[in-house]
Design a protein around this ligand. Structure first.
Ligand code: SAM
Ligand code: GLN
Length: 287
């Protein structure tokens, strides 16, 4: 792309031509311009500086090379948060925003005080959203991951929470083993978006496979290894009547429902995502 007197309107059009997607072209231009939302639209008639055009070229080059735009930009919106993301963590997905909505519904029914855990937190998307959206008083949210790298990203994202950061705790380790043992039986809500892709899944998008952390995606031959591990221990860590909410693969509903019942959990339901596909499993501990 050339510089000089080229305006953001022209650069947006040129970027769209190069990346083949108008909204994506806008995010990229906003990043290079250091402006967003209405401020970017206000600047459409203004020329870009040479430095901005240089940055735009570099972002476009990486996106055209196949790198997910979220990693190139280095941050991504999730519900009310702008989360730092890089290759250490899964890019937070829109369906996971819905999972948070399900958890918030349960949390509101429960009331304060409430203790929640987000197992396999990655960028912190789920747990930090809960901490951001639940009442300041009486909320505690544990964020765990087996990946120390992922926890570094989640910790960095705590900054976006202001006062509510005080309600967040971190634990490193495999699923429930990351939590203090004296909190067994003390969690009102446990939520996870675990890895649920089967090894060798041929439907998985190439850019997901090539760029996102494999430890965030793959869970054994049937994709259910992580779900089995979490479900197997959930009852022991939940309060009586506490709930477990999981994001699952869209063909895993029946198998996950069976696992939940076999683990002694009750009121098992499988909920759809916005595309109408089975995407979430919800269950409660008896009592
Ligand atoms: N919660 C984030 C989200 O929804 O965007 C990330 C979900 S990603 C699908 C799964 C996460 O589980 C990854 O961050 C991965 O490091 C973590 N994970 C994988 N195996 C784990 C284990 N045994 N114990 C705890 N976390 C694990
Ligand atoms: N939703 C992701 C994908 O299909 C998978 C995330 C996961 O394994 N939890 O790209």
């Amino acid at each position: 792309m050339t510089d000089g007197t080229i305006t953001w309107r022209e650069l947006w059009g040129e970027t769209e031509r190069l990346v083949g997607d108008r909204p994506m072209a806008r995010w990229i231009c906003e990043e290079a311009a250091g402006l967003d939302g209405p401020a970017f639209l206000d600047a459409l008639g203004e020329p870009a500086t040479q430095r901005m055009v240089h940055q735009l070229d570099s972002i476009v080059g990486r996106v055209r090379g196949g790198e997910p735009v979220q990693y190139v930009l280095g941050h991504w919106a999730f519900r009310h948060l702008d989360l730092m993301v890089d290759r250490r963590v899964l890019i937070p997905r829109p369906e996971t925003e819905q999972l948070v909505e399900l958890v918030l519904g349960r949390a509101r029914d429960h009331g304060a005080p409430i203790r929640c855990a987000d197992l396999g937190t990655g960028s912190g998307a789920i747990g930090l959203s809960l901490a951001a959206e639940l009442p300041l008083d009486g909320t505690t949210v544990w964020l765990t991951d087996a990946s120390a790298d992922a926890l570094e990203v989640a910790r960095a994202n705590l900054i976006g929470l202001g006062q509510r950061a005080a309600n967040v705790r971190f634990g490193e380790g495999s699923w429930f083993a990351a939590l203090p043992v004296d909190l067994r039986g003390c969690f009102d809500l446990v939520v996870a978006n675990p890895p649920y892709i089967a090894e060798g899944d041929t439907e998985l998008d190439a850019s997901v496979r090539d760029w996102e952390p494999s430890t965030a995606l793959f869970a054994g031959a049937d994709g259910l290894d992580a779900v089995r591990a979490i479900v197997g221990d959930a009852r022991a860590w939940l309060t009586p009547g506490g709930s477990l909410l999981l994001e699952i693969g869209h063909r895993q509903g029946a198998d996950v429902a069976r696992l939940l019942r076999a683990a002694g959990l009750c009121d098992v339901t499988i909920e759809p995502d916005l595309a109408g596909r089975e995407r979430f499993a919800v269950a409660s501990a008896p009592g």
